[in-house]
Design a binder for this molecule. Structure first.
Ligand SMILES: Nc1ncnc2c1ncn2[C@@H]1O[C@H](COP(=O)(O)OP(=O)(O)OP(=O)(O)O)[C@@H](O)[C@H]1O
Ligand SMILES: [Mg+2]
Length: 401
């Protein structure tokens, strides 16, 4: 071991001794690792045992990837955490490498090194370094591995715990969901194994290109479409292959749908459109109360044709809300609306989520809308490519596009 190597090891130990919190220990070490290896960028990723995802907790970069995460064995980060073995890659090899489930094209074409943070018994996370002008050497890898082992032992010693995802039971648990459609002669796989947990009271946004399967996933979760294979559990109850009765009960009690097209009954006024659903629901709230929640009490007697697009969408939100569902599923609720009206509608969705604590799963292709979510799920080619935790969700009124 050369002198520099020993010095860095000592510095890491010093930093760890003084740190009282995991967050602080990690960011001090990350700094040292980046400087010690002349890496322009770096990140530390920690494994959340419960969800099985490894999440970026500390970032040394111009792009804040904090909250990005990778599933077991997915991409570089997922692989290193799963196998407990470090990897070094040359810039020329990183052109097409799928990273971490990290949606960061910025990393392709860069030298990379990723080493596990592990004790002799378990791997707790990994360190990812990049943006070094020359290739990472074997020595640097050994150094980082040793420092990361110290870090892991310290984490274990101090009993630091890492819980980015909720400790509660998920309200919806999606496992290995697949969906096939016949397309002409050929069977097309639209969903290729989706795993997702949704926790009570959170606002989750699903982002993805047109045709990637967002609506299909939402419809399966909402009991509007059947999957080809997989499991959906709602509050622990298996809804994978429900009977017609179970399905009706589920749609009636559990879920409220908001669609891009408002689907209001043209011959009923705003109040009646809501009341009609309230009447067939068990735990309905007062229809006027639902109208008040969306700020449209004054329009109770208006017919849909006399309402603007945004008002119709708010009525359709009130209609989804009136049955006091546990989960609201919204498919591109603002796609047909202009910016100002979209913000009004999104503010209502924010209110449902924050004040009523209703769980919301919202599909959109607008990345700006994702900034108001607690978590952002990216769907690509029928699979989840990343899940990001927004540590500070934006208010709907602060969104700009
Ligand atoms: N009933 C169906 N029969 C055959 N193919 C279907 C059916 N429903 C959806 N698909 C196909 O599945 C793919 C995914 O559709 P889906 O509606 O889930 O995409 P999406 O991500 O919601 O797209 P968009 O952003 O355009 O709404 C598309 O290629 C679509 O053509
Ligand atoms: Mg869609």
């Amino acid at each position: 071991m050369d002198t520099l190597h020993v010095q860095i090891l000592w510095q890491v130990m010093d930093q760890l001794r003084d740190a009282n919190q995991l967050e602080e220990a990690l960011s001090r070490c990350l700094d040292l690792f980046c400087r010690g290896t002349q890496s322009g960028k770096g990140s530390i990723w920690m494994l959340d045992e419960q969800s099985g995802r490894t999440i970026a907790t500390n970032v040394y970069d111009t792009y804040d990837a904090t909250g990005e995460s990778a599933g077991r064995g997915e991409g570089l980060v997922g692989r290193v955490v799963e196998s407990g073995t470090g990897e070094r890659h040359k810039a020329s090899d990183v052109q097409n490498m799928k990273l971490a489930g990290v949606d960061s094209p910025a990393l392709s074409g860069k030298n990379l090194m990723c080493v596990p943070i592990k004790t002799p018994k378990h791997t707790v996370g990994c360190l990812l370094l990049t943006d070094k002008k020359s290739e990472y050497t074997e020595d640097e890898m050994t150094l980082c591995e040793q420092c990361c082992s110290l870090l892991a032992l310290d984490i274990e010693d101090k009993g630091f715990t890492f819980r980015p995802f909720e400790d509660r039971e998920p309200i919806v648990r999606v496992r290995g969901v697949m969906k096939e459609f016949m397309s002409g002669e050929e069977m097309r796989q639209i969903l290729k194994g989706v795993d997702l947990d949704i926790y009570p009271g959170e606002l989750v946004v699903v982002l993805g290109e047109s045709g990637c399967g967002k609506s299909t996933l939402l419809n399966i979760i909402g009991g509007m479409d059947r999957m080809t294979k997989g499991e959906v559990l709602v509050e622990g109850k298996d809804m994978s292959s429900p009977t017609e009765e179970e399905l009706t009960e589920y749609r009636r009690k559990y879920v409220g749908f908001i669609f891009q097209a408002y689907n209001l009954m043209p011959n009923l006024n705003a109040y009646e459109n809501i009341e009609f659903i309230a009447e067939i629901s068990e735990k309905a709230m007062d229809s006027m109360e639902a109208l008040r929640l969306v700020g449209l009490e004054a329009k109770a007697e208006s017919m849909p044709a006399a309402l603007s697009g945004g008002q119709m969408q708010r009525i359709s939100i009130a209609r989804a809300l009136v049955k006091s569902p546990k989960i609201i599923l919204a498919d591109e609720p603002t796609a047909a609306l202009d910016y100002d009206t979209s913000i009004k509608v999104l503010s209502v969705i924010e209110k449902i989520s924050k004040e009523n604590k209703t769980t919301v799963l919202m599909v959109t292709h607008n990345p700006e809308i994702a900034k108001m979510a607690n978590r952002v799920v990216r769907l690509r080619d029928g699979k989840i490519s990343s899940i990001r935790v927004n540590l500070k969700p934006l208010k709907a009124t602060d969104l700009v596009w």
